[in-house]
Ligand binder design. Structure first.
Ligand code: T3D
Length: 264
């Protein structure tokens, strides 16, 4: 599948998606949002893809909504329905990512601001280049955080840090993001993609269906009471136990050899 605003490259079970509007730091247009949504749908359906790496071309990761194209549509003068726009273009993308049965690694190469930061939050792992920055920029343009930031950010870094970022709109460095627990690792700029691909390779050799069930269980537990979460774990454990990778994992343990998971 070829796209205009993103680049998709598949190799060895890893799909790398690169946001590709570098002259605008990869700001979101409707086309980019829709192409991303479609690309993640394809990932779910493609058994040969076992993990996704998401990054940006050039010096930015994504600075959120393209404000120039939003103004062209009447944003800022009361003639634009933000709620319709969010429901039509942003929310399907975020829900598709959170519901994806395969892991997503954000390789955050530069600034992630506004809904661009929400995009990074919707990933399962965030590896940041040393020069990456994170900005809840919404308040700077008089908007509330959207695209899942209000849901994800307090869960990741706690209410105090999340509110600080959201209310101030201040720029947070990669080092501070790591201290807060916002990113899993910070690496020198030139090692970003190599580090992300190394982690991705581990997932490309992992029991993919079980990884999907783990994601589903954790997502379910975030909004559940303990008893419901226990029941969901039990239900998903039956599904995991019926995979070929579970049989392989047990056999490999007993035979004292590394498991050869095939994602089935
Ligand atoms: O439904 C809806 O539409 C609502 C959804 C809203 C979701 C949101 O994301 S709201 C938040 C939108 N984002 C922002 O407010 C951030 C705006 N950008 C910035 O504050 C700065 O650009 C950055 C702090 C991100 C980076 O600063 P810097 O100095 O490194 O770069 P720059 O020079 O500002 O940007 C480089 C180019 O990218 C520049 O283009 P030019 O002048 O060289 O042609 C700049 O205009 C462009 N750019 C950066 N961010 C955006 C953008 N163009 C359009 N929209 C952007 N968001």
């Amino acid at each position: 599948m070829s796209y205009e605003t993103i680049i998709c490259e598949k190799a060895g079970g890893i799909l790398t998606i690169t946001l590709n509007r570098p002259d605008k730091l990869n700001a979101f247009t409707d086309m980019m949002l829709d192409e991303l949504t479609e690309a993640f749908q394809q990932v779910d359906a493609d058994a040969t893809v076992r993990v996704v790496v998401l990054t940006g071309a050039g010096r930015g990761f994504c600075p959120g909504q393209d404000l120039a194209s939003a103004v062209e549509r009447g944003a800022g003068n009361g003639q634009f329905s933000y709620s319709d726009h969010l429901r039509t273009h942003y929310n399907p993308l975020i829900l598709g990512m959170r519901g994806l049965s395969k892991p997503i690694i954000a390789a955050v190469n530069g600034v992630a601001a506004g809904a661009g930061m929400s995009l990074a939050l919707a990933c399962d792992y965030r590896i940041a280049a040393e020069s990456a920055t994170f900005i809840q920029a919404f308040v700077k343009v008089g908007l509330v955080p959207d695209s899942g930031s209000t849901w994800m950010l307090p869960r990741l870094i706690g209410m105090a840090h999340a509110l600080d970022m959201m209310l101030s709109g201040r720029k947070v460095s990669a080092a501070e993001a790591f201290e807060m627990g916002l990113v899993n690792a910070v690496v020198p700029n030139e090692q970003l993609m190599e580090t992300a691909r190394k982690l991705a390779q581990e997932f490309a050799n992992a029991p993919t269906r079980t990884i999907g069930y783990i994601k589903r269980a954790v997502e379910f537990a975030a909004d559940s009471k303990l008893e419901a979460a226990l029941n969901k774990e039990a239900e998903l454990q039956d599904k995991a136990a019926s995979t070929a990778d579970h049989s392989e994992g047990i056999a490999a343990f007993l035979e004292k050899r590394p498991a050869q998971f095939r994602g089935q």
